[in-house]
Design a protein around this ligand. Structure first.
Ligand SMILES: [Zn+2]
Length: 473
């Protein structure tokens, strides 16, 4: 059943009256949408602010310009060239790219590290532009609205990514919409069209598909490419069928590769890293020990540990207030929160306001412990919370975790450097594995192979540039 067919239901007649039925310029198909173009752009603009704040924009002017220039060149050849197109690099290690309604497109620094040429960049951006010109996310939202679900994006979210708690905002929900396989085919076709109009051939798109397949889902705070862009299965064959000649091996794009020199790779330990259950934050100079066996996560807005049964959480976040007292006053001003006895006035020598609390009633009641700690001129909120019925069993664990908060003093931890890409020219023909032995990276041979689109036993020629990874904790 095509998605338009359920619109004939009499129940949806009032919605139909408010519906615009327009010819989509990219797909040439009639599309029914509750969301007009100006609303689409407005949604994108709002979500863009949130995404830029949540994920952070990666700072590298030359690379940012290369991405934006390529995006604009491709978008200029699209059917919606008048959208306010924007192309940004988000500071995320995962391999992915996202498109928001209205023409806001993001590539992660992780996907850039895995690309080998301008043509591959064109393939990634062209595919995302295709999602926008074909209005895929707008259609999904319209579908949700028409089905009487309102604009509750949670329902359209891929359930496996809905749990990324630190990125639960509406803007982030928009980029984590999971496209359907038909949408993916269409985005591939449109991407190929835009690449060709910009002077690139389809081989680079095949190369990107192979790289993405080799990358797999990955583990990160945000979902990888295959979680948000399901592989339609026949993807390579379909694009291959549209390439007239047999795919040729392209020469190395050394101009592109040189742009990647120094690119931060994997998680940036300056923004916090785990060593076992201990979380260390070099930039803010603190550490905390989470209970062993709990599932930990570090996002831009918080650090958390979740009990294996999923009901109890310990969370650490920056409070916006200037003093622990002001932050505590704000926290306990919520009517549903009842303040309990105070616990500490200092943790590891830092001024602290803390208390146990209860919130909610009956089966929904939550019990916990909150501490606001003055760390330099910042206030850190430490919070442990659990269903009230579990509190007696969890209290000692929560108290121990919160009390472990301390200054980070070890200079090796304070001075930790991020993993970074570096390009090394090959002096004499060899294999990647031999090269890796002679010029070690601080990541595994498999990772080096993946980012170079090679196998460990691949032959590499004299004069080639090979990506390595240096630095890291
Ligand atoms: Zn896609």
């Amino acid at each position: 059943m095509k998605r338009e067919t359920f619109l004939t239901t009499a129940l949806l007649l009032p919605a139909l009256l408010a519906t615009a039925c327009a010819l989509n310029p990219a797909t040439g198909r009639r599309q029914i949408s509750l969301i007009g173009e100006s609303q689409e752009i407005r949604m994108g603009t709002e979500a863009d602010r949130e995404i830029s704040a949540d994920m952070g924009i990666y700072q590298d002017p030359a690379l940012a310009k290369a991405v934006a220039d390529m995006g604009k060149r491709l978008a200029a050849g699209s059917e919606r060239q008048d959208l306010p197109w924007s192309f940004k690099i988000v500071d995320e290690p995962v391999v992915n790219a996202f498109a928001l309604p209205g023409g806001y497109i993001y590539v992660t620094r992780g996907i850039l590290a895995s690309l080998n040429s301008h043509g591959e960049l064109a393939a990634v951006l062209g595919h995302e532009i295709g999602h926008v010109t074909a209005r895929h996310s707008v259609n999904q939202m319209s579908k949700a609205q028409l089905a009487g679900l309102g604009l509750n994006l949670g329902t359209a979210l891929n359930p496996s990514v809905a749990r990324y708690a630190g990125l639960a905002g509406k803007g982030s929900a928009l980029i984590f919409l999971k496209f359907g396989r038909d949408d993916e085919r269409q985005a591939d076709d449109l991407g190929l069209r835009y690449m060709r109009r910009a002077g690139f051939t389809g081989e680079s798109m095949l190369e990107v598909f192979r790289m993405l397949a080799a990358t797999g889902g990955g583990s990160s705070q945000i979902p990888g490419w295959l979680s948000t862009h399901p592989n339609p299965g026949d993807r390579e064959e379909r694009i291959l069928g549209q390439i007239s000649q047999a795919p040729a091996a392209l020469p190395q794009d050394t101009v592109w590769l040189r742009l990647l020199e120094g690119l931060v790779f994997a998680d940036d330990p300056r923004q916090g890293f785990f060593r076992g259950n201990r979380f260390l934050h070099p930039d803010l100079a603190f550490r905390i020990d989470f209970p062993s066996g709990w599932e930990t996560a570090n996002t831009r807005s918080n650090v958390s540990a979740l009990h294996p049964e999923g009901k109890s959480v310990i969370e650490l976040a920056l409070a916006p207030q200037e003093t622990p007292t002001a932050a505590a006053t704000q926290f306990f001003s919520a009517t549903e929160v009842q303040r309990g006895p105070s616990r500490w006035t200092s943790i590891s020598g830092m001024t602290t306001v803390s208390a146990s609390f209860r919130a909610g009633n009956g089966d929904e009641a939550i019990a916990g412990l909150v501490a606001f700690v003055a760390l330099g001129d910042q206030v850190i909120r430490l919070l442990g919370a659990t269903p009230a019925s579990d509190w007696p069993a969890r209290e000692a664990t929560m108290v121990a975790a919160l009390a472990s908060f301390a200054h980070l003093t070890d200079s090796r931890d304070l001075n930790v450097t991020p993993f970074r890409l570096t390009l090394t020219p090959i002096g004499a023909a060899t294999t990647l594995a031999e090269f890796h032995r002679a010029h070690p990276s601080t990541v595994t041979l498999d990772t080096v192979a993946r980012i170079n689109h090679l196998q460990p036993d691949s032959r590499i020629r004299r004069g080639m540039l090979i990506k390595r990874v240096i630095g890291g904790p």
